[in-house]
Design a protein around this ligand. Structure first.
Ligand SMILES: Cc1ncc(COP(=O)(O)O)c(C=O)c1O
Length: 392
């Protein structure tokens, strides 16, 4: 079917709630996708930070195919070999204090469950979250999202959410108290324009939470599963070694098969009783096959090391590109800040067959490439187009 026809059908029959690029993606391999018109694009956006292992990684595809032939689904009311192995593998790469998983279906659902668990563990209701943070679009998660107009979209909001300033411990201390159940934050604020905080901030957050008995939640929906050059931001030197009480995950975790997860420490996990949390599809066999194979593929192909190499080369190559003001972020979660608005640059890159993303900061272009990307090729192609644009 032609692009025009595909676009027309989507416009006719799909709710007009997404701003789309003018391409229809038909297939992908590694860091490349092909469109309905047979054109090849370099994907520096990874399907919105989802396709971490690259498009249709053979190991992941094989695992899904094999699982599909055995059984598509059975719920958590039975044990499952593939669920057992996926949970064991996920815990094995997580920070040492996080020994229990809860599988769900998306990032927002992971955050809902994390906040609920924190309230159950503490017997408190208040949740502190941050200016510029994004946590999803269901009721509790959108109420914790102080970025832009999201809380407005989510009205009426869940009560007991308060805002602190990201990276500013005095601001956090001024709203946190012994009525606070949880603090939830994106350790790198992706949608806000890839905003970072110093390791000291995470250490001070940890101390404050310990002092007041507050559950610390890292929303690693974007930063998790290798993207920053560590399995998780939590516990890494980027976080000053800080281990939160809960990590939430989604996006990359299943290489594109929808899946979310919470990782809990023992103190929180032991406060959750039978039937406190649950979801029909969480831990389904197809998703679990995808999780296990994703983690294995990242390990086998050395993708975490690749993330560090990408950041290093990109930072160095962007130095001489006219109008690039700064490079933010870590590994494969990068924000390139320009002198002016980046929307025209995003468009010109697309015209040059490179997919990138924008952010809520008008001058920050976001890169969320597959972790398998060829570092030299990606940076070279990007630089070539950016240099051409800025010299025009
Ligand atoms: C940091 C973060 N948390 C949560 C979410 C929500 O995830 P989902 O769209 O899977 O519900 C997102 C989605 O973009 C996100 O970036």
């Amino acid at each position: 079917m032609s692009f025009t026809r595909i676009a027309q059908l989507e416009e006719d029959f799909q709710l007009a709630t997404y701003k789309k690029m003018d391409i229809a993606v038909e297939r992908g391999s590694g860091a490349w996708v092909w469109t309905s018109e047979g054109e090849k694009y370099l994907d520096l956006y990874g399907g919105h930070a989802v396709c971490a292992t690259g498009h249709s990684h053979p190991h992941v595809v094989k695992a899904i195919q094999e699982q599909a032939e055995k059984i598509l689904f059975y719920s958590n009311l039975v044990y499952s070999n593939i669920r057992a192995r996926a949970a064991e593998k996920l815990v094995s790469v997580a920070p040492a204090n996080l020994g229990k998983t809860f599988f769900c279906n998306s990032g927002t659902e992971a955050n809902e469950n994390a906040m609920r668990a924190a309230r159950m563990a503490t017997g408190r209701e208040k949740v502190v979250s941050f200016s510029g943070g994004f946590h999803g679009r269901t009721a509790d998660s959108i109420s914790a999202t102080f970025l832009g107009k999201y809380r407005e979209i989510g009205r009426p909001n869940v009560p007991s959410h308060v805002q602190a300033e990201f990276g500013n411990i005095e601001s956090v201390a001024s709203v946190a108290d012994r009525q606070t159940a949880a603090m939830i934050l994106e350790p790198i604020q992706s949608m806000a324009g890839v905003r970072e905080a110093a390791p000291e901030f995470f250490r001070e957050m940890r101390d404050l939470c310990d002092e007041l008995g507050i559950v610390l939640i890292f929303d690693e929906v974007q930063t998790g599963v290798g993207r920053t050059g560590n399995w998780f931001f939590a516990g890494s030197e980027l976080a000053g070694g800080v281990e939160p009480d809960i990590i939430t995950l989604a996006k990359s975790l299943g290489s594109g098969i929808p899946v979310g997860a919470c990782l809990f420490n023992e103190a929180v996990a032991s406060s959750i009783k039978e039937n406190d949390l649950g979801t029909t599809f969480g831990g389904g066999m197809m998703a679990m096959a995808a999780v296990l194979a994703t983690l294995e593929a990242i390990e086998m192909d050395g993708m975490i090391e690749n993330a560090k190499a990408f950041e290093t080369l990109l930072r160095s190559e962007m130095q001489n590109v006219v109008r690039v003001v700064a490079v933010h972020g870590k590994g494969f979660l990068i924000g390139i800040e320009f002198e002016g608005a980046c929307a025209p640059i995003h468009k010109q890159l697309l015209d040059s067959k490179i997919i990138t993303g924008t952010s809520s900061a008008a001058n920050v272009l976001r890169l969320l490439p597959p972790l398998c990307s060829d570092v030299y090729e990606s940076v070279t192609l990007l630089k070539r187009v950016l240099s051409g644009i800025t010299h025009n």
